[in-house]
Design a protein around this ligand. Structure first.
Ligand SMILES: Cc1cc2nc3c(=O)[nH]c(=O)nc-3n(C[C@H](O)[C@H](O)[C@H](O)COP(=O)(O)OP(=O)(O)OC[C@H]3O[C@@H](n4cnc5c(N)ncnc54)[C@H](O)[C@@H]3O)c2cc1C
Length: 360
């Protein structure tokens, strides 16, 4: 079967991978000159389904718990299985207990245990949480390596174009163009992030700092480079990081360790996360097209599960739209497209088809 995949963000690359592995003849088009022309380029690369449960639907944990293994199998050596450390400044230590109550899979740490995990944080935090089953990867390397793997699998990749070369015919199209897809109910959630460089501190794993307004984290990239992210702003506006966001991100890094005060800011960027009202991704069918979109904060975490499902739908000629598996409340929430609708979607209700396909 000949399939066209549009968009070489994490969703499009993962879908193309699953289709090619499944035996499809895949062509990929991306409007930018290289992979990762959208939100994917700015991600933290955390594969953190347990921590994300603090604010996300149960489906995020169910669908995301095997993601690290998928990435490891597709791109050996890329994933770091170091877990996630969560800490809070002393004034917010009550928030740490709240975080623990809203999540599962954490081990409580005292100051000595925090120091044992991250020696450079010794003496800085009296307590913490350790989510040992979590992992992380470098998203930019992941995108480039996944593209290289697609080439070895025979996928024809065309960059700098929105349509395939003339004269080609495809039985199915899978649209993974993120915000550009303009799907009904899709909204943008702006995320601003920084790259800092310092040789004064070393971390082995992502460290989340409890923050009153948005989850702040520092992810080590190696060679003294750290990604600090990320704001959550209800806006599809691209463009430079605001002064306020820059101050908040830098303050958080400084609160984690004062050595970040001397770090070089080597990048300040923003990406717009495509999201539906319930903040869960969807696969929608329209004629011979499938739309795979709405990954919100979880593109690297949930793309493997959604890509596998999209590939199964395509290869089995099944055109059943994903939405038919949602609860009425989730459907209603997605139509309304508001924060109220998000809570109306209900934390306890998981799309049944998604659970079935993840083997749960
Ligand atoms: C700051 C930040 C931090 C994040 N951290 C994490 C994290 O730690 N873990 C995690 O799992 N997720 C994280 N995310 C979320 C994740 O990045 C997104 O969910 C994911 O990138 C969405 O991927 P996508 O492929 O759907 O969209 P995109 O990455 O936006 O890809 C869409 C692609 O389609 C292309 N395109 C657009 N129009 C066309 C067209 N007409 N023809 C062809 N191509 C087209 C675009 O150029 C782009 O390359 C983060 C996001 C941000 C912004």
């Amino acid at each position: 079967m000949r399939v066209l995949v549009r968009g070489a963000g994490v969703a499009g690359l993962a879908v193309a991978h699953e289709l090619a592995v499944g035996g499809a003849e895949v062509t990929l088009v991306e409007r930018e000159p290289a992979p990762g022309g959208g939100a994917s380029w700015y991600a933290g690369g955390m594969l953190a389904p347990f921590c994300e449960r603090e604010s996300a639907e149960p489906a995020v944990l169910v669908l995301g718990r095997n993601a690290a293994r998928w990435w490891q199998a597709a791109l050996p050596g890329l994933v770091r299985f170091e877990g996630t450390l969560v800490v809070a400044p002393p004034r917010d230590s009550g928030e740490l207990a709240r975080f623990a109550a809203r999540t599962e899979g954490a081990r409580r740490l005292d100051a000595a245990a925090v120091a044992a995990l991250e020696p450079d944080l010794a003496g800085r935090f009296r307590s913490g949480l350790f989510f040992g089953q979590e992992a992380h990867l470098d998203p930019r390397r992941a995108l480039l390596r996944l593209h290289a793997r697609l080439v070895t699998l025979g996928v024809r990749c065309h960059f700098g174009r929105t349509a395939p070369p003339p004269g080609q015919r495809f039985e199915r199209t899978v649209d993974c163009t993120g915000m550009a897809a303009g799907r009904p109910g899709l909204r943008g959630v702006r995320g601003e992030m920084l790259y800092l460089e310092t040789g004064e501190i070393a971390l082995s794993r992502p460290v989340r700092l409890i923050h009153p307004r948005f989850p702040v984290y520092v992810v080590p990239r190696g060679a003294g480079r750290f990604m600090v992210g990320a704001t959550m702003i209800e806006s599809a506006a691209e463009g430079p990081v605001s002064a306020r966001s820059m101050m908040e991100l830098l303050n958080a890094a400084y609160a984690l360790h004062p050595a970040f005060g001397e770090a070089r800011v080597v990048e300040a960027s923003s990406g717009v996360r495509p999201a539906y009202a319930d903040n869960l991704p969807r696969i929608e069918a329209e004629g011979d097209r499938l739309f795979v979109n709405g990954f919100h904060r979880h593109g690297f975490l949930l793309a493997p599960a959604l890509a596998a499902r999209a590939a199964r739908l395509v290869l089995s000629h099944d055109a059943e739209p994903e939405n038919s598996d949602e609860t009425d409340r989730q459907r209603q929430g997605a139509r309304v497209g508001s924060d109220d609708a998000r809570s109306a979607a209900g934390r306890a209700e998981v799309p049944r088809q998604l659970l079935r396909d993840s083997g749960q």
